[in-house]
Every structure is written in structure tokens, then in C-alpha cells.
Design a protein around this ligand. Structure first.
Ligand SMILES: NC(=O)c1ccc[n+]([C@@H]2O[C@H](COP(=O)([O-])OP(=O)(O)OC[C@H]3O[C@@H](n4cnc5c(N)ncnc54)[C@H](O)[C@@H]3O)[C@@H](O)[C@H]2O)c1
Length: 307
């Protein structure tokens, strides 16, 4: 596998590090800042003897080096600062996304694009439009991260290992995130049997605000350890063709009564990209909130066309 990571900022560089540590493929790290990806790649190679991984990474400002990539992870773009919403990044990051996709596509026409830049759902839509790739080969990362945050918060409240917690979030990466209490379990037991309604709502709200909580603490920049871990889980599913079901931002074609919009849904991910969007059994309230999230994203994508 050849994996390109565009953007060597906090998310991009930690993604590159995790890719090397897991030996998922030959990695190319790209940035517009001269010397930054080269310096980071050299630093990562120098860690290879200690960590015991193969030093298969190149840092570059030249897209020629990315040619023939199987997967391209796009993390280029501005992160939030305290007080900003992800949507405040729309205009600036749309220009960056168009630039990156325009540079990546000619050399890697068969790649799968994993979009990370915010606002996530809209940037995933834009990457597909700009690339002209089939929808199944353009996918966004948000649901794995939001679900991981929720799983951690549940584990913290119940004082259990996060490995015992299963939970999934759908919808949009933001306030319109849809939590699914009936599908959350701890050691196989449904979450609503273990906590009261107020605690449940507190867990979901903390998850919705999970990114902002970290932005507020860091003061500059946003989260990157859990985001990069989530990206690498998706790359792993593609590289090893696991065809596992992960919550990702994928194109809808009628599932959950939603069509023609990128939305956070469970999807089977493998070597070809998104194999299928999986339909969970949702109740009327969950369905209504998922459809509302979809319409919010659709409206923002229409705004994008005017930028
Ligand atoms: N989807 C998610 O769940 C999620 C999670 C965390 C961060 N993010 C988003 O990911 C993006 C990156 O976050 P970060 O913390 O790594 O930011 P960062 O500022 O640390 O890094 C961004 C990098 O992108 C580079 N860049 C800018 N324009 C570029 C271009 N045209 N071509 C190539 N590189 C370019 C910058 O030079 C910088 O090195 C942000 O938009 C952030 O909001 C998304």
C-alpha cells in the first residue's frame, strides 16, 4: 500500500507516525510549508531503530512523490481556535481542499480519499465533487472519533475499561450528531439500564462538545491523538480489506430514507472503499434526527457551491 497524508500538522504527523508503527504501508507526508514534512519524515525515520518499524516514509512539498497512492488522507486545513465552530472554517478550508484534490488526483486516479479537514461532512462532499471519483472512494472521518469519545466517556462514568464499551454515533460531525442509546452496551448490557436519563444525556452532550472541550483546554489548535487513531483504523480496514463496519461519513443512496448527501452512517469499509452503507434498526426519533442532520449538511453543501 502507498498511503499519502496531505497536511503535516498535528493530525497529519501523528497519522504518519501511527501508520509507520503499524506497518500499514509506504507513507508520503505532504505540506505546503517547505522543510516541515521533510523534517518530520526524517525524525520519524530516526525513531525506526528504537521502535522497530520500517522507515518507509518520504516528506515532500512535491505531489509528484504521491503518484500511485492507494489511499490519500487529507488533513490539510485550518483547525478551530477557542470560540470557533467547525463551520467557521468552511470558506478557508474549501479553497485548501480544492487545491489539494486538484494536486492529488492526476497522479493517483485510483486512490481512496479519506477526508479529515473540517467542517468534515461538507469537505467530504467537496472532495468528491472536485475529484470526480466514485462516491464509494471518497469517505470522511468523524464517526470513529465521535464514537471513541462517547465510548471513553461511558467507560469513565462507569469506571470500566473502554474496551468493554460499544457505542456508535451517526449524523453530522457537530451539534447534529445522533447518539444511539439503544445501541450502546457495556459488557453486553444496554447502556440505558446502567445510567439514568440525565447521565445519558450528559454523556451525549459531552461527546457533541468533545472537540470544543479539547480546543478550550489547548488554547491553540485542536485534538489530534484520537483523530489520528481514528483515521488509522479506517486505513487499516482498507489496507487489510477487513470489510468491518465503521461509522464514517459516506454517500447515501436511500438508506434511512436519505439520498444524495454525505452523512455519518455505519458503512462496510474494505479495499475498494465503502462497500455498503449498513442500515441499523432505528426508532422514529433516531431516524428523524438523522434526517434532520442530513438536511443541515445538504444546505451547507449548497452554500459551498457559491464560494
Ligand atoms: N474530522 C475530524 O474529526 C477532525 C479531527 C481533528 C481535526 N480535524 C481537522 O483537520 C484539519 C487539520 O488539523 P490539524 O490540527 O492537523 O491542523 P494544523 O494546523 O496542525 O495542520 C494543518 C496543516 O495543513 C497544512 N496546509 C495548509 N494548506 C495546505 C495546502 N494547500 N496543501 C497542503 N498542506 C496544507 C498546513 O501547512 C499545516 O501544516 C483541521 O481542519 C481540523 O479542524 C478534523
Amino acid at each position: 500500500m502507498k498511503i499519502t497524508v496531505v497536511g503535516s500538522g498535528s493530525v497529519g504527523q501523528t497519522t504518519a507516525m501511527r501508520l509507520l508503527e503499524k506497518g500499514l504501508g509506504e507513507t508520503v507526508l505532504v505540506d505546503i510549508i517547505e522543510g516541515k514534512p521533510q523534517g518530520l519524515a526524517l525524525d520519524l525515520k530516526e525513531a525506526a531503530p528504537v521502535e522497530g518499524y520500517e522507515p518507509s516514509i518520504v516528506g515532500t512539498n512535491d505531489y509528484a512523490e504521491t503518484a500511485g497512492s492507494d489511499v490519500v488522507v487529507i488533513t490539510a486545513g485550518f483547525p478551530r481556535q477557542p470560540g470557533m465552530s467547525r463551520m467557521d472554517l468552511l470558506g478557508k478550508n474549501a479553497a485548501i481542499m480544492r487545491d489539494v484534490v486538484g494536486n492529488v488526483v492526476p497522479g493517483s486516479p485510483g486512490a481512496i480519499l479519506i477526508v479529515v479537514s473540517n467542517p468534515l461532512d461538507e469537505m467530504t462532499f467537496l472532495a468528491q465533487q472536485a475529484s470526480g471519483f466514485p462516491h464509494g472512494r471518497v469517505v470522511g472521518m468523524a464517526g470513529v472519533l465521535d464514537s471513541a469519545r462517547l465510548r471513553y466517556f461511558i467507560a469513565e462514568v462507569l469506571d470500566v475499561s473502554p474496551s468493554k464499551v460499544d457505542a456508535m454515533t451517526l449524523g453530522s460531525h457537530g451539534d447534529a450528531m445522533v447518539a444511539l442509546p439503544r445501541h450502546a452496551t457495556v459488557d453486553g448490557r444496554p447502556l440505558p439500564e446502567l445510567v439514568d436519563d440525565e447521565t445519558l444525556e450528559g454523556l451525549f452532550q459531552r461527546t457533541r462538545d468533545g472537540g470544543a472541550e479539547i480546543v478550550g483546554l489547548l488554547k491553540t489548535g485542536s485534538a489530534y491523538y484520537a483523530p489520528s487513531a481514528s483515521v488509522v483504523a479506517m486505513v487499516n480496514a482498507i489496507a487489510n480489506d477487513t470489510r468491518e463496519i465503521l461509522p464514517v461519513c459516506a454517500w447515501t443512496t436511500g438508506q434511512y430514507g436519505v439520498s444524495d448527501v454525505y452523512l455519518g452512517v455505519p458503512a462496510r469499509l474494505g479495499r475498494a472503499g465503502v462497500d455498503e452503507v449498513v442500515e441499523l434498526d432505528l426508532n422514529e426519533d433516531e431516524l428523524a434526527r438523522l434526517r434532520e442532520a442530513a438536511e443541515g449538511i445538504r444546505a451547507k453543501c449548497e452554500d459551498l457551491a457559491k464560494l
